[in-house]
Design a protein around this ligand. Structure first.
Ligand SMILES: O=c1ccn([C@@H]2O[C@H](COP(=O)(O)OP(=O)(O)O)[C@@H](O)[C@H]2O)c(=O)[nH]1
Ligand SMILES: O=C(O)[C@@H](COP(=O)(O)O)O[C@H]1O[C@H](CO)[C@@H](O)[C@H](O)[C@H]1O
Length: 341
């Protein structure tokens, strides 16, 4: 490790010992396991893959085909592949079904429960619409997805009963028109999530990609945590799980490189606000943030467009209010949770 700019020398011993221990104990690589080894390790447990997809017709088909070919047909590691069609306006559902996925419309799950919008809603509905003992979440906008993503995420869960939840990590290029910044991706991670998590949940500082969209968990645990319905879902999971299950129940796996469809800066501004409000919500929930007033959830952004109030910009208002689904178990009677061995 090396000194950085105005930062102190980050020598090995500057990293809190607990983080170093966790990194060594709970970090793995996707190629630590093979599909055949994990099939043998299933011992009757089942696996569902859930892909949230809003307008992903360009990429979702190849992701589904890769899983089906390598991890259903060749090696029966995955028992169920579900694409949650999240109000797509393109051919996402048709492309996913043609590739061999089960497809469900987000609002059709747990109908007539009124549907909400957002990625977290898609994930929660995907959990509700599947049955696997282990659940793997994979974004639908990946360009370089491999079966190793799923193998790597399942490895720690099948190998160690003490692990409840596994995040992927990877190099994240930012691919622009004719230019790629090899490590420019994960903009909200680097500018918002990592600094805030280091400030308030430093025990999570070892996660290389806290907002990774590829992760897996035990159903018995996933059904007992809330799902923030928008982009705060990942950071909400990490905080809720480390508070409930402890850091040692969490793990991470190196999946190599991840290239995905990037959103624009204003969309990431809204995502950032959602993540900040989720972190503030958890600080309040744990009695660590006492504020005289609640933050406004209304975000004003300015775009090229119709002049507004005499300014040569279009004013766009978005409500970033935190909405979340309760633990799915509150919708269903479940056996008491078996404490991890
Ligand atoms: O309301 C939503 C928003 C996003 N997504 C999906 O969630 C994944 C990650 O979303 P996105 O790519 O927008 O986030 P980013 O990766 O840019 O942070 C993608 O498969 C999206 O199609 C979804 O199903 N519903
Ligand atoms: O990590 C990030 O900063 C954002 C944006 O990534 P890019 O800057 O477009 O590579 O992407 C992630 O964040 C979302 C919110 O947690 C997740 O839902 C996405 O799956 C993940 O790609």
């Amino acid at each position: 490790m090396h000194a950085t700019g105005t930062g102190v020398d980050t020598a090995e011993n500057a990293v809190p010992a607990a983080i170093g221990t966790w990194l060594r104990r709970r970090s793995a690589r996707a190629d630590d396991w093979t599909a055949a080894e994990l099939v043998a390790a299933k011992r009757g447990r089942t696996v569902s893959v859930v892909i949230p997809a809003r307008d992903e017709q360009e990429t979702v088909g190849e992701i589904v085909r890769t899983i089906r070919t390598a991890l259903v047909d060749e090696h029966p590691l995955v028992d169920e592949v579900l694409v949650v069609d999240s109000h797509s306006t393109d051919a996402t559902a048709e492309v996913a079904a043609a590739a061999g996925a089960t497809v469900v419309a987000q609002d059709a799950v747990l109908y007539p429960l009124p549907g909400l919008r957002g990625k977290g809603e898609a994930l929660w509905k995907g959990l509700a619409a599947t049955t696997g003992d282990l659940v793997v979440f994979v974004d639908g906008d990946l360009y370089d997805f491999t079966a190793g993503y799923v193998i790597g995420l399942l490895g720690p869960l099948l190998a160690d009963r003490g692990v409840d939840y596994v995040k992927g990590f990877y190099h994240r290029p930012l691919v622009g028109a004719g230019h790629t910044d090899a490590d420019g991706g994960g903009r909200v991670t680097e500018l918002v999530a990592r600094p805030l998590l280091n400030m308030y949940w430093p025990q999570l500082a070892g996660f290389v990609q806290p907002l990774a969209g590829e992760y897996a968990g035990r159903r018995e645990v996933l059904e007992r945590i809330p799902f923030v319905t928008h982009y705060g879902v990942e950071v909400g999971h990490l905080i809720d799980l480390v508070e409930w299950r402890g850091l040692d129940a969490l793990a991470q796996v190196d999946l190599g490189t991840r290239t995905h469809r990037h959103q624009g800066t204003q969309a990431l501004g809204r995502m950032s606000g959602q993540i900040m409000l989720t972190i503030m919500d958890r600080l309040k929930a744990h009695g660590r943030l006492v504020s005289a007033e609640s933050p406004s959830t209304l975000l004003a952004q300015f775009q090229r467009g119709e002049p507004t109030h005499g300014v040569e910009r279009e004013l766009v208002l978005t409500d970033l209010a935190l909405t979340q689904r309760p633990p799915l178990s509150t919708f269903r009677q479940r056996e008491p949770l078996r404490e991890s061995a």
